[in-house]
Design a binder for this molecule. Structure first.
Ligand SMILES: O=C(CO)[C@H](O)[C@H](O)COP(=O)(O)O
Ligand SMILES: [Co+2]
Length: 220
């Protein structure tokens, strides 16, 4: 089955001194979504950006803001990220006491809800969430940093989740994040992913390379 592949560049690898320009450059280079990694130095050992930055970036593109929250506790920040212009908010089940309630909360804000599985988290935990999410993200690195190597055994998890999604009959995106490059992208697509997050591989080579990088990641 051929499904269209969406590319969501992670701005974690962009030039933070020129973030607005960088977002416009990946938009013009043909990205589908913009992946925004939010880290708090507590849930993960790195600190990035907050809702004010998301809001400041919003006028720079109309593309989907795909916001990956790596913060704990997460619930108290959902309103702020929704109001800042997020289109999809993706949360880790370990970031709060009640993942099902968190997902419902995100949807009640008029935003699509994603759930993300760390490399050590089994696909099984989706059994009672799959009916309530719009996106499932498989982390193919441990969260916290860009530029890490793809963990190959996550391909089996992607395959298993693809079967679960197809069986559910629901329209759910299957996203993969971490170590996606020109070699690992085709493996993730073959396993069943339809949204690829790529930071290092999109931004490598500077703005003149973005369009080519995105095209190659998509398999073109
Ligand atoms: O969520 C993330 C890290 O926690 C990033 O989205 C991810 O690492 C992307 O970076 P790269 O493509 O360079 O691996
Ligand atoms: Co991410």
């Amino acid at each position: 089955m051929t499904r269209s592949i969406l590319i969501s560049p992670s701005i974690l690898s962009a030039d933070f001194a020129r973030l607005g320009e960088e977002v416009r450059a990946i938009d013009e280079a043909g990205c589908d979504w913009v992946h925004i990694d939010v880290m708090d130095g507590h849930f993960v050992p790195n600190i990035t950006i907050g809702p004010n930055v998301v809001k400041a970036l919003r006028p720079h593109t109309t593309k989907v803001f795909d916001v990956h929250l790596m913060i704990s506790p997460v619930d108290q920040y959902l309103e702020a990220f929704a109001a800042a212009g997020s289109d999809i908010i993706t949360v880790h089940p370990e970031a709060g006491p009640h993942i099902h309630r968190t997902v419902q909360h995100i949807r009640s804000l008029g935003v699509k809800a994603g759930v993300v599985l760390n490399p050590g988290t089994p696909a099984k935990m989706l059994d009672y969430l799959i009916d309530d999410v719009d996106l499932i993200l498989v982390m193919s690195v441990n969260p916290g940093f860009g530029g890490q190597s793809f963990i190959e055994n996550q391909l089996r998890k992607i395959e298993a989740i693809r079967k679960m999604i197809d069986k559910s009959g629901r329209d759910i995106h299957l996203q993969v994040d971490g170590g996606i490059d020109f070699t690992t992208a085709p493996k993730a697509i073959d396993a069943g992913a339809d949204v690829l997050v790529a930071g290092t591989a999109t931004f490598r080579g500077g703005p003149s390379a973005y369009a080519d990088n995105i095209r190659k990641l998509r398999g073109g």
